[in-house]
Design a protein around this ligand. Structure first.
Ligand SMILES: [Zn+2]
Length: 624
């Protein structure tokens, strides 16, 4: 997943994502189902056309015997590592038997209901309001309904592996498109199992659709919202990105792929959530109108997830247990390395200049440098503790440090093999040995794969920088590629990260442990003024704070409900890093060759591990 923020007009806050596995173990059959005859599970979804406030869902389970059946909603969505209460959006849940007579329903957990079946068929009916996500806006209004899944569809305990069918009833004038396979009228869809169902979004309503092809495989671009941008150039850009990444892996492992783009007019931030053969992306209309390239990074990121995290996945991330947190130390690889490939993809497909890539990498170095806990918290700890730590934390990020680790690993692998093996080989190796074998990798497998590919010991690298918190060896490793590296820091007055949205400046995030939080500022407050000076934009807000003295107290005026409050905030300080990365004026021949090959995605000569390269042609953008 990726969440972008408008501040500095660059990606600064990300959410993490998990993987979804389509193979689910046999599991234990729930009581109340006939032995030998699998129940048939069918959903029907209808939009409330009065208020467009909820969906009416009915779930039929056939072939049941008398006894209790437990129905649940997931407590988290694959991808976003935080416990949610989707069940609080469920209303009017009741159950009926084949003859329409009511069945007893008992709430057995926050996320679960037990229905006492009398045999044959159980129909559970409920109303549900789809969850709101800041990065993609409302999932239901009078113009559309976006069904992502975990917040809408109940599952029958013990039967997540059964095939399911969904029928949609469309309001007049609406169209429908889905990442699932349609079986009839394009309004009835099937999925192999529950996991597949909630990993394949469906969009209904008013949208535009474009199609590009990768070989013979269709890639659909579904746009909803503002249309003041060049759709043709957009499609060309998407095709370049997809062509590069499928070329890198040497495969197009889907029958159809769908990008669901939601374009928000006037909005300056967005984000995306990957699915197995699709992704849902929120785009800032203002930035898109200026340049379709503003959508390039999130597009490259989410499409790369098609392999890294959805198929090349940590073993614990599938099959899923939706009832509790699942943990891995390896999200730096699943998310951070995915972020690293954003820039590589864009340079190697000719969409970015080399200067743009180096600027972006320098920006990521600055972000990591500014993480106050970078010398005490490892990226593996952040990955493990994301459920408690959350995404609002300003410290070490597995996106940022993972991206930097991917980069350093890439150059280090090239260096120790005389530029014969790269991170591209590692991605193909992981795809071949794990994804295509349909198995997850375990902690330690990435290091083992790197060592097998390079024939070198990388324990030092993983111990010091991945499991450890030592300063990253930028200068030495970038030097192998003939890059000069400059890093300096200054300290600025600061009250912590505060994000606000909309014309009334509604606070959506206050950095944990920050001066602003200690002063009592909360998400949901409306920011009015600092020391009597009216707050206008995020950038202005930052400037107003940076003009104060460290240790001084400022009066922050906010509205909370009907009350107006004045919060005294003690100004703290934060590190502000400046990094510059540029090609050396006089690189050696070896350094220059490594740099050019890194930028174009080549290695020297055949690599020794027997996996064919994807055949990526140098894009010609590697000019220095
Ligand atoms: Zn991601």
């Amino acid at each position: 997943m990726q969440i972008m923020d408008a501040m500095k007009s660059r990606t600064i806050l990300y959410l993490s994502l998990g993987a979804l596995c389509l193979t689910v173990g046999a599991g234990s059959r729930a009581e109340g189902l006939e032995r030998g005859r699998p129940p048939s599970i069918r959903y029907t979804v209808e939009v409330d056309e009065q208020e467009f406030a909820f969906l009416r869902v009915s779930m039929d389970v056939e072939n049941v015997t008398a006894g209790p059946l437990t129905f649940r909603l997931p407590r988290w969505a694959p991808g976003a590592y935080r416990i949610r209460d989707y069940a609080e959006n469920v209303r009017q849940l009741h159950a009926v038997a084949q003859d329409g007579s009511p069945l007893a329903v008992q709430r057995v957990a926050e996320d679960g209901w037990q229905v006492r079946a009398r045999g044959e068929l159980v129909r559970v009916e409920y109303e549900v309001e789809p969850a709101y996500e800041t990065w993609r806006g409302r999932a239901l209004d009078s113009t559309h309904a976006l069904i992502e899944g975990p917040d809408v569809f109940l599952y029958l305990e013990g039967h997540k592996e059964d095939p399911v069918q969904v029928s949609y009833h469309l309001p007049d004038g609406w169209r429908i498109t889905s990442a699932l396979d349609a079986v009839r009228d394009s309004t009835v869809y099937v999925a192999d199992n529950y996991d597949a169902l909630i990993d394949a979004p469906t969009e209904m309503g008013l949208f535009r659709r474009y199609r590009v092809y990768l070989g013979e495989k269709p890639v659909d671009l579904v746009f909803r919202g503002a249309d003041g941008f060049a759709a043709d150039s957009f499609a060309v850009m998407v095709k370049k990105i997809c062509a590069y990444e499928t070329g890198l892996f040497g495969e197009t492992p889907f029958d159809k792929y769908v990008f669901f783009y939601n374009v928000f007019p006037g909005r300056r931030s967005g984000g995306g959530l990957e699915h197995r053969n699709s992704t849902v992306i929120g785009l800032a209309g203002t930035r898109l109108a200026q340049s379709v390239l503003s959508a390039a990074e999130v597009t490259a990121h989410e499409f790369f997830h098609l392999w890294n995290v959805k198929r090349i996945r940590p073993a614990v991330l599938g099959p899923f247990d939706y009832t509790r947190e699942v943990r891995t130390r390896d999200l730096w690889f699943s998310e951070g390395v995915t972020s690293y490939y954003e820039g590589l993809t864009l340079v190697r497909s000719g969409l970015w200049t080399v200067q743009r890539l180096l600027r972006e990498l320098a920006f990521q170095v600055e972000r990591h440098q500014e993480a106050a806990d970078r010398r005490s918290v490892s990226v593996e700890q952040v990955s493990w503790n994301i459920w408690e730590r959350g995404y609002g934390h300003a410290g070490v990020s597995y996106y940022v440090k993972g991206l930097l680790l991917g980069w350093l690993l890439d150059l280090q692998m090239r260096h120790v093999t005389d530029n014969r093996v790269s991170l591209d080989d590692l991605m193909r190796f992981m795809n071949e040995h794990y994804a295509r074998q349909n198995k997850g990798f375990r902690h330690g497998d990435i290091q083992r794969a790197v060592e097998e590919l390079t024939g070198r010991d990388f324990s030092d690298f993983f111990r010091r920088y991945v499991a450890g918190t030592e300063d990253l060896p930028y200068r030495e490793v970038l030097g192998y590629a003939g890059l000069d590296f400059f890093l300096s820091s200054r300290w600025l007055p600061d009250i912590g990260r505060v994000f606000f949205l909309g014309p009334r400046h509604r606070v959506v995030l206050v950095q944990r442990g920050s001066a602003a939080e200690q002063a009592g500022l909360q998400a949901g407050d409306y920011l009015l003024a600092i020391e009597g000076e009216r707050i206008t934009t995020l950038a202005e807000f930052k400037r107003m704070i940076e003009e104060r003295k460290v240790g001084s107290t400022i009066k922050l005026r906010v509205r909370r409900g009907d009350e107006e409050l004045v919060l005294p905030v003690t100004v703290a300080q934060r590190e502000d890093a400046q990094c510059v990365i540029e090609p050396k004026a006089d690189p050696t021949e070896t350094e220059h060759a490594l740099l050019v090959d890194w930028l174009t995605g080549r290695v020297r000569g055949p690599s020794s591990h027997g996996i064919p390269h994807g055949g990526n042609k140098p894009s010609g953008s590697g000019k220095l």
